[in-house]
Design a protein around this ligand. Structure first.
Ligand code: PAJ
Length: 267
């Protein structure tokens, strides 16, 4: 596996495969790999000739007071995992490489970037959209893989690709969960044993909501009922790349998001 740090090195490393007509599959990440990330990497490996992973804790998508400083970082472990998964190239730039001095060009996402996570985290999707555009431009993938765990992010990225006519396809992959049903997230490590028990109510409430919806009942009120006693940020139905029951809750110091699509089997 090749490890690159700069835009120039990355472009150079990918020139020959691209010229040879190989399709590049990109998995953008912020590291701290878990099985959710690995499912995206495996999909990229299966579908594209070259699997590229980016590892960059993107400062512009964190608000002031959010967890940028304590975001888990372990590049050596992530690089070993990526290599074992057969990743061809890991792009792990510094913040100055992505945002050189004087950087001031932004991708602003409209209404979709302002609701739900965008309302709770102002500027979040501007940061996500900007870094994704830059990664797409540097790596020029034919396919880029995102997790439905972050359903609004998938919808935002698809909107950007559509609006700017970017020449790649976005693949949205199912949410990977642990044995209890909790969606894997690098932030789960901050949950105590007691917090984890509380957190398990989130997937249960969403599953009950989806079932209620399919029985012709109100998904949101059923889910809210099961989340009583928990600090709920939102529970709502939104069009996030398809009708979706989405929720955000706060347990201890951890903010958790999860969602289920209303019109498919629950994943
Ligand atoms: P990160 O949180 O590292 O997630 C990288 C990718 O893994 C995202 O597409 C996310 O949706 C996916 N993912 C996370 N948990 C998952 C799970 N349990 N099942 C399936 N997929 C999962 O999302 C980001 O980084 C950043 O916003 C990024 C897109 C890299 C831009 O900075």
């Amino acid at each position: 596996m090749k490890l690159t740090r700069t835009v120039a090195e990355t472009r150079e490393a990918l020139e020959a495969p691209r010229d040879a007509g190989e399709r590049i599959g990109l998995v953008p990440t912020m590291g701290a790999f878990h099985e959710g990330h690995l499912s995206l990497i495996r999909a990229a490996r299966a579908e594209s000739e070259r699997a590229v992973v980016s590892l960059f804790v993107n400062p512009t998508q964190f608000g002031t007071g959010e967890d940028l400083d304590r975001y888990p970082r372990d590049e050596a472990r992530d690089a070993a995992v990526a290599e074992a998964e057969g990743v061809d190239l890991l792009f792990a730039p510094s913040a100055a490489e992505i945002y050189p001095p004087g950087f001031d060009t932004w991708i602003e996402v409209g209404e979709l970037g302002e609701i739900l996570e965008g309302a709770a985290r102002p500027g979040h999707f501007r940061g996500v959209a900007t870094v994704c555009c830059k990664l797409f431009e540097v790596i020029q993938p034919a396919l880029a893989y995102f997790g439905r765990k972050d359903a609004q992010q998938v919808a935002v990225v698809k909107q950007v690709v559509r609006d700017l006519a970017l020449p790649l396809e976005i693949r949205a992959m199912p949410t990977v969960r642990d044995g209890g049903g909790l969606a894997l997230s690098s932030r789960n490590r901050y949950l105590s044993a007691v917090d984890r028990e509380e957190a398990l109510k989130l997937p249960l409430a969403l599953a009950a909501g989806v079932k209620a919806y399919r029985d012709g009942r109100d998904a949101v009120s059923v889910a809210c009922e099961l989340l009583k006693g928990i600090d709920v940020d939102y529970v709502t139905i939104a069009d996030l790349d398809g009708p979706t029951l989405a929720a955000a809750v706060r347990i201890g110091s951890v903010r958790l998001i999860d969602n289920l699509r209303l019109e498919e089997e629950a994943t």
